[in-house]
Design a binder for this molecule. Structure first.
Ligand code: NAD
Length: 415
């Protein structure tokens, strides 16, 4: 059967988990795919851009998912990301479906003002398809709270309203949420620590690919909570740095805040991407892009566990190689789900016009992530013949199945 990897994965867990075939078929295809082409005048020259928004599934609630600005954004990538959002929201049992969007362009070729203009025109091209009860975008790779504020302003202007709940990941001045910035990275750290506790393992080192929002917050979390765990190497789009005695995260954060490139950080050696992935370490944390661990580099891995801070960084074939090498892969839909959890809290606060203190947000966040991750790891230790990825997918799809069947299939509104 010729299927894309995600459809194959759903087909597989449908069989293992004995899940309603109709639900599996529904989840294998997105409800709606929006593709736009829009011009933007930059320095008196017209540039043409391709924009996407994929609304994967809304059985559980309004579509929810980030907007990605990257030169490689394409319809397949956005569709996969939207599908993962459906599964992630369901795993946490939050009342959102899955969506994702993006614009295909090279961020390095445009300055801040150009990027803001591109963001505005992108929203102009999709504004009729989003809304706080229908589809709620957020930041992702290449976007941030400042760009989300620009998009929110444009959306409200075009729709003549003041609906702050249409976007999450906003700045605090635009009714964003405390703890949103930290949420994804801190969530990855928390899930990793729960894995260590449940398996009685102690990790002393990690390597990290990606030092953007997620990678940096995660390194900061580990520096605070796991001070004995050395960060041996970090990589980003500028290159990979290594220090066998550990990279000083506090100093690196100051260095990056000063506008320096990661590769210029002192007291480290530059290494190749191939060497980075072949380093001996306890934990490998991909926090940048999809398909970073593949059939090419997976055979060389020397880690004990991989935690997917990015979406889809381990290919299906690499997953099989990792299994054969006894490397556990903690899947993205669990590992990085802290981001959408606090996005949900942000949306709730906007809807009821409240602002919650960090302490309240942190306690709701840790409670929810602790419950679900401990349940998954417990169940995994009792069922060693099933991978963590398959287990998370089964939990997630079963939840969707239950809602679908309980509602006599009436909740499926494809619009
Ligand atoms: P970001 O734009 O803030 O950072 C991306 C990082 O990836 C940067 O350090 C960049 O240099 C690096 N990178 C880009 N291209 C690279 C390349 N070719 N090789 C190596 N490194 C490269 O993005 P982010 O928000 O930190 O998101 C990172 C990942 O986490 C993405 O997969 C995203 O979908 C996922 N994610 C993000 C959130 C969130 O809340 N931001 C939530 C869940 C999942």
């Amino acid at each position: 059967m010729n299927m894309n990897p995600l459809c194959h994965q759903l087909y597989k867990v449908g069989k293992i988990g004995n899940i309603n075939k109709e639900v599996i078929t529904l989840l294998q295809k997105p409800n709606k795919v929006i593709q736009t082409n829009f011009p933007v005048k930059i320095n008196n020259k017209t540039h043409h851009f391709k924009g996407f928004r994929v609304q994967h599934n809304n059985i559980l609630g309004p579509y929810k998912g980030g907007i990605r600005f990257d030169k490689n954004v394409n319809i397949n990538e956005v569709t996969n990301l939207a599908s993962w959002m459906t599964l992630k929201c369901s795993l946490l049992d939050i009342p959102f479906g899955g969506g994702k969007g993006g614009v295909q362009f090279d961020l390095q070729s445009y300055n801040k003002e150009d990027t803001e203009l591109i963001a505005k025109h992108y929203i102009k091209s999709i504004h009729k398809d989003i809304g706080s009860n229908h589809d709620i975008p957020a930041p992702d790779l290449g976007t941030n709270s400042m760009l989300i504020d620009v998009m929110l302003y444009e959306y409200n202007k075009l729709n003549k309203k003041q609906d702050y709940a249409t976007f999450t990941g906003k700045s605090l001045t635009n009714y964003g949420s405390y703890f949103r910035k930290q949420s994804t990275g801190y969530g990855v750290g928390l899930v990793l620590n729960n894995y260590m506790k449940q398996t009685n393992m102690k990790f002393n080192s990690y390597i990290l690919q990606g030092y953007g929002n997620v990678g940096r917050q995660l390194a900061t979390y580990l520096h605070k909570n796991n001070p004995d765990m050395l960060c041996l190497a970090i990589g980003d789009h500028t290159g990979y740095i290594f220090n066998k005695n550990g990279i000083n995260i506090d100093e690196l954060n100051v260095f990056c805040d000063e506008g320096n490139d990661l590769v210029d950080f002192p007291n480290t050696d530059l290494i190749s991407k191939d060497l980075f992935f072949a380093l001996k370490t306890d934990v490998l944390i991909p926090a940048a892009l999809e398909d970073q661990i593949t059939v090419e580099n997976a055979p060389n891995l020397k880690c004990k566990v991989i935690i997917e801070a990015a979406n889809g960084p381990v290919s299906l074939e690499a997953d099989t190689i990792c299994k054969a090498k006894n490397i556990d892969v903690i899947p993205d839909i669990l590992a990085n789900s802290g981001g959408v959890l606090v996005s949900y809290f942000e949306w709730e606060q906007n809807k009821i016009k409240e602002t919650w203190e960090t302490s309240k947000l942190e306690s709701k966040f840790y409670d929810k992530l602790n419950v679900i991750s401990n349940e998954i790891f417990n169940n995994y230790l009792n069922n060693t013949n099933i991978s963590l990825r398959d287990l998370c997918y089964i939990y997630s799809v079963k939840n969707i199945e239950q809602k679908y069947v309980n509602n006599n299939n009436n909740t499926v509104i494809i619009n």
